[in-house]
Design a binder for this molecule. Structure first.
Ligand code: F6P
Length: 341
């Protein structure tokens, strides 16, 4: 078979491991041929592609990012976008497509599949917020990067008797903040799922200073105080309609300083969390997803995506990626509260 592969949405460590596993098993075991589409849905829309054989995937397992490139191009926003993708795939003789992406990319894959394009999905996101799978690759790497940053911030916070605030990614789900905060010994963790009371946060900070230690506050970019904060009227939106977040740590810096009289400083980790080499966990998960995705293609399991359930990889309907977001349950968040303050 001739199979197309693309990576869409925000990149994450482990994408190359999926591509490598798909191609190595696809060529070696099944004798398939591959077309690598560039920059997510832009590739099949604009017929931008590159060769994808075993030589092209040599040495990419430990590399971050994606050799295919990525974008947030949304075919729904382009007149006749879906139809154009279908025609372009047919013109290249591509009989099936492996779409590697998060909620948005897999949403497009679901729509295409309904329109008769043969698609298998592979879920990815550092946010770990796809309900269909216990874990997505990229998450473990992002958490480890954030944890290491917190470890480093502890020592400098102590030297200067400051409150240090670390902003991590997580638009609607606080998984990175929760795991990084718990593993890094944060004194407060703020997540989008739980609106926070700024007075309470300041009490935790005072308590920590009273015990002669400096507080570390981990905040997800999507976290909000009760009552909200004024949103920038001109905040840019991407093609999927998401507002570009970032800045809650700086808001906290001002509020904590004003309310407690203590020096507070913000660190925004941003895209550092998405870059660089994947952890062993992410390499293994991504590789297993790739191996199962190409098996599913070969068996004609169209409209399905790989999912980690316990320690098994299962094929589940593509819609499951988009029907419900996996957020941090309140009971889990409460478990961490014993370390606050
Ligand atoms: O969805 C992954 C993610 O990293 C989010 O955590 C974050 O809000 C967003 O992508 C950032 O997107 P961009 O790289 O387009 O700024």
């Amino acid at each position: 078979m001739r199979i197309g592969v693309l990576t869409g949405g925000g990149d994450c460590p482990g994408l190359n491991a999926v591509i490598r596993a798909v191609v190595r098993r696809g060529v070696g075991e099944y004798g398939h041929e591959f077309v690598g589409f560039r920059d997510g849905w832009r590739g099949p829309l604009e017929l931008e592609h590159r060769p994808l054989g075993v030589p092209e995937v040599r040495g990419i397992l430990p590399r971050g990012g994606t050799i295919l490139g990525s974008s947030r191009t949304n075919p729904s926003k382009i007149e006749g976008g879906y139809e154009r993708i279908r025609e372009n795939l047919a013109s290249l003789g591509v009989e099936g497509l492996i779409a590697i992406g998060g909620e948005d990319t897999l949403g497009v894959a679901t729509k295409l599949n309904e329109l008769g394009v043969k698609v298998v999905g592979v879920p990815k996101t550092i946010d770990n917020d796809l309900n269909a799978t216990d874990y997505t690759f990229g998450f473990d790497t992002a958490v480890n990067i954030a944890m290491e940053a917190i470890d480093r911030l502890h020592t400098t916070a102590e030297s200067h008797h400051r409150a240090l605030i670390v902003e991590v990614m997580g638009r609607h789900a606080g998984w990175i903040a929760f795991h990084a905060g718990l593993s890094g010994g944060a004194n407060v963790i703020l997540i989008p799922e739980q609106k926070f009371d700024i007075d309470r946060v300041c009490d935790y900070i005072e308590r920590r200073f009273e015990s002669q230690y400096s507080p570390i506050i981990v905040v997800a970019e999507g976290a909000e105080p009760i009552g909200g904060i004024p949103e920038a009227a001109d905040a840019p939106l991407d093609a999927f309609g998401h507002v570009r977040l970032g800045g809650i740590a700086h808001w906290l810096e001002g509020e904590i300083g004003r309310r407690t009289g203590r020096e507070a400083r913000a660190t925004v980790l941003g895209h550092v969390q998405r870059g660089g080499t994947p952890t062993a966990f992410d390499r293994v998960l991504a590789t297993r997803f790739g191996l199962h995705a190409i098996e599913a293609v070969t068996e004609g399991q169209w409209g399905k995506m790989t999912a980690l359930r316990g320690t098994n990889i299962e094929m589940v309907p593509l819609e499951e990626a988009t029907t419900e977001l996996k957020t941090v349950p309140e009971s889990l968040y409460r478990e961490a509260e014993v370390f606050f303050g």
